[in-house]
Design a protein around this ligand. Structure first.
Ligand code: CA
Length: 242
């Protein structure tokens, strides 16, 4: 699936392009409204439109896009642009997302909008594979059971209550057990694609997860790199199922 990203801020577009790439999306990135309108001639499957552009009013870009095609449009808006969101939706945008947002949230919106606008488009599998939200049934990792549909986690059959962020962190690490995920990858995916600043919150969440899972060996620190999930006692060859 090809996305056209119209966004002048590279600090947002860069991580976003990379994050969406991990979900298998191809992203064409342009920085102006004019380039976006030109790019829309290449028939992207969906347009991500930042409303604050240097050369044109984002709403005009939206109106022009809609006049040219029925391509699904998701607006990316800044705080304080509530009125623009409403006008944008009236002009034919399909949805909006307010900054800051995470890649997962955006992917969920893309899927929802595409389902709504075209019925059944095939979605690319995320490149880091294994269990995703489409996967039926929970993922089993030794005694750990992760159910992405209900967002429930069981350990040895007993429900383990996690905060939403703790769940997202665990589910992300569990997508590729045994693999080290860098701090930046984790921050981009579980927190926000343009999270800049101290990542102490990540350490706090890792500590909380270790505590709740009852064994710090579940999450291994790779010093200077990041974290990985392993089933305690099964470090040698982590499997994808229990
Ligand atoms: Ca902007």
């Amino acid at each position: 699936m090809r996305l056209l990203l119209i966004e002048d801020d590279d600090r947002i577009a860069g991580p976003l392009t990379e994050g969406l790439g991990r979900y298998g999306f191809t992203v064409d990135h342009v920085r102006t409204g004019a380039a976006g309108l030109a790019g829309s001639d290449d028939s992207p499957d969906l347009v991500l439109l930042d409303l604050g552009l240097p050369d044109m009013e984002g709403l005009d870009v939206c109106r022009n896009l809609r006049a040219r095609s029925a391509v699904p449009i998701i607006m990316i808006t800044a705080r304080g642009e509530e009125a623009d969101r409403i006008v944008g939706l009236e002009l034919g945008a399909d949805d909006y997302l307010a900054k800051p947002f995470g890649v997962r949230e955006l992917v969920a919106r893309i899927r929802a909008v595409t389902r709504r606008t075209s019925g059944a488009l095939p979605f690319p599998a995320p490149q880091h594979q294994v269990a995703q939200s489409e996967t039926p049934g929970p993922q089993l990792l030794g005694p750990l059971e992760i159910n992405r549909r209900t967002r429930q986690v069981r350990l040895d059959g007993a429900e383990t209550p996690l905060t939403p962020r703790e769940f997202d962190l665990l589910a992300y690490l569990a997508e590729d057990p045994g693999t080290v995920h860098s701090r930046q990858q984790i921050m981009d995916t579980v927190w926000d694609p343009h999270f800049f600043g101290p990542t102490k919150t990540l350490d706090a969440h890792v500590a909380a997860l270790r505590r709740k899972l009852g064994d710090p060996a579940w999450i291994t620190t790779s010093r200077g790199v990041g974290f990985r999930l392993t089933v305690p006692g099964h470090d040698a060859e982590p499997g994808t199922a229990g």
